[in-house]
Unconditional design. Structure first.
Length: 276
């Protein structure tokens, strides 16, 4: 008999890079990311819960599951969920996915393989499994206990350890997330204006040239802002620096990360240089 499928929306993070609780943000319309995520899960699961941090004392209208341990990330939320309903499979999603749709979750549910420990999507950037929009079967609980006992805190490494079914995303941008204010602006502009493909010339300086192995490249992107393109490059090129450490010029003029991109723009990336 196939285990029932429950939903778990992860909202226990610190949101340090955003500077405020990501789950409370409104990206498009009137719903917060938290309420939007819960509504999406409600449609495809038998019951839905909000995963919250161990020290979160706020009251919520939705059913909550509190982490059993502090500072263990998403794996702590999954651990608490398995303890509450050990016979259930859990469809786990992050709260900061403004492009996630009900049709993508429906696709995941229909492709679920209960004979494996997990069913997940692969990243559109690097092809690796995505742990924060995935179904974890009850058979994964033992491996999770073992991983946490061994001080594992990375959800992707845990997913790598499981016998899993991997799926291509039916909507390539569905798992693009919001970690920083720049990501939030990218999401709002995209949802408001849509995506168009544009050709951008990217120039790399300093250590970024070493990271990519090239001084410049021309590429196609649907990113709306420079920050959106940076996120694509960071994931696909394994860039060693964070956005906050890099300055940008667009068509040879310094600009903020929120600056919109146009077809045939030139984007130059400047890392910190020794000596200032």
């Amino acid at each position: 008999m196939t285990p029932p499928l429950h939903g778990l929306l992860l909202a226990g993070g610190k949101s340090r890079r955003m500077g405020s609780d990501k789950a409370e943000l409104v990206v498009d319309g009137e719903l917060s990311l938290r309420d939007r995520g819960l509504q999406l899960l409600d449609v495809v699961t038998a019951e839905t819960h909000l995963s919250i941090a161990q020290d979160d004392q706020r009251s919520y209208q939705s059913d909550t599951i509190r982490d059993l341990r502090p500072d263990a990330g998403p794996l702590a939320g999954l651990e608490a969920a398995f303890q509450q309903a050990p016979g259930a499979a859990w469809l786990v999603t992050a709260c900061d996915l403004p492009f996630l749709t009900g049709s993508v979750l429906q696709f995941l549910r229909e492709a679920r393989d209960p004979d494996r420990e997990a069913t997940c999507f692969t990243s559109r950037f690097d092809g690796r499994p995505e742990p924060l929009c995935a179904i974890y079967e009850p058979s994964a609980a033992t491996a999770l206990t073992r991983a946490l006992a061994g001080e594992m805190r990375c959800a992707r490494k845990f997913l790598y350890s499981l016998h899993r079914r991997e799926l291509d995303l039916p909507d390539k941008s569905a798992l693009d997330n919001c970690n920083r204010p720049e990501d939030l602006e990218e999401a709002r502009l995209t949802l408001r204006n849509g995506r168009t493909t544009k050709t951008i010339m990217v120039e790399y300086c300093g250590i970024l040239r070493e990271d990519t192995g090239t001084a410049a490249e021309e590429l196609e992107t649907t990113a709306v802002t420079a920050a959106g393109l940076w996120e694509e490059l960071r994931m696909s090129r394994n860039l060693s620096l964070g956005l906050e450490a890099v300055r940008i010029a667009i068509n040879d003029e310094f600009q903020p990360w929120s600056h919109p991109l146009a077809h045939q723009d030139k984007l130059t990336l400047f890392p910190p240089f020794a000596g200032g």
